[in-house]
Ligand binder design. Sequence first.
Ligand SMILES: NC(=O)c1ccc[n+]([C@@H]2O[C@H](COP(=O)([O-])OP(=O)(O)OC[C@H]3O[C@@H](n4cnc5c(N)ncnc54)[C@H](O)[C@@H]3O)[C@@H](O)[C@H]2O)c1
Length: 387
Amino acid sequence: MAPRELRIGMVGYKFMGKAHSHAYRDLPFFFDTGVTPVMTAIAGRDEAGVRAAAEQFGFASCETDWRRLIERDDIDVVDIVTPNNTHAEIAIAAAKAGKHIICEKPLALTVDQAKQMRDAVNEAGVRAIVCHNYRFSPAIQYAKQLISSGKLGRIYHVRAQYLQDWIMDPEFPLVWRLRKEVTGSGALGDIGAHIIDLGRFLVGEITDLTATMETFIKERPLGEMSGGLNAKKDVNATGIVDVDDAAAWLAHFDQGALGVFEATRFAAGNRNGNRIEVNGEKGSIRWDLENMNNLQVYLVDDAPGLQGFRTINCTEEQHPFAGAYWPAGHIIGYEHTFINLFATFFQSIVDGTECKPDFEDGLQNERVLAAIEQSSERGQWVQVTQG
Ligand SMILES: NC(=O)c1ccc[n+]([C@@H]2O[C@H](COP(=O)([O-])OP(=O)(O)OC[C@H]3O[C@@H](n4cnc5c(N)ncnc54)[C@H](O)[C@@H]3O)[C@@H](O)[C@H]2O)c1
């Protein structure tokens, strides 16, 4: 039987637009999900820009208003790769139109918005996923298997950091990621949201926390709204930075583990240092995105003298997703996390099975983000509302 087609309509076409488009193109090379993604339409506000993106990425058509894309009968899945302040309106409209939804993180600007999005997809009975792509790296999936099977025993510690350095220059302009009305929060929502997701995925729910946030550079040149490293500044005007440059928080997990988290864009030399360590009574795991195929594993029961962290290259057939790619040792990269995420999502549409992280997860992530901001403002421990 010919594979079913899912016709994709994507809104936005820059960094994540390229990453997602690449994943749609590559997915059928590696996974037999029973579904072929068809790159049907892409929406953006600038006609020349969106046309050029459609051509480069391989979309068959384009729209200059995302509402028009959502109205189209030939779109099954709406993929939202625009700045955070647009996610809620686009996702709710897409759900009402009966489309499945792929939405970039963080899900929304506020807990209220995230709730409305969760309710909209539930009411419409459509499928939705939030792009916490790092969960989908084989090493993290394998770590999850080890933890769930009890290999590390009771979990004592979660230690997670997401360290970047790309806005350290005080002359770097006030791009959308530094404007609260567009982004919600700074390093916290942009990269902190990812380590919250990894902590929740590997260990469980965060119940309460105490946090602090800091803005080191409080005023910057205005500049183009592009999110990227090469954004150009306006030499004649400056604006106030109203989001955090760094955030740090201590947290309790529901099964008793203690979490220490840090998200910053001011850690010189750290380009994309997304790291997590979990320590349990029987051992530990460690992972670092910049060396993402490897999982460090320490087991307390190893023979004395032989004890130490071993490096497992998670490219064997036994490692989740890895068997879909190359022979063992032939490593994969950042872009494959998106392919794995889409393969899982499309498979769930075919099978009718649960697919996470869904909008309930996106909402819970948003509750943790909100609690961090509250705690930092109040200087107190804050409970995280549970779903
Ligand atoms: N999962 C990840 O690893 C990851 C990495 C980077 C970004 N993100 C998330 O992806 C989303 C997009 O980030 P990015 O880095 O691709 O941003 P970007 O600035 O590179 O691209 C944003 C795109 O959205 C378009 N856009 C902006 N406002 C719009 C509107 N009102 N209507 C239609 N299009 C609009 C822009 O023209 C551009 O094409 C954000 O939510 C961000 O947090 C996730």
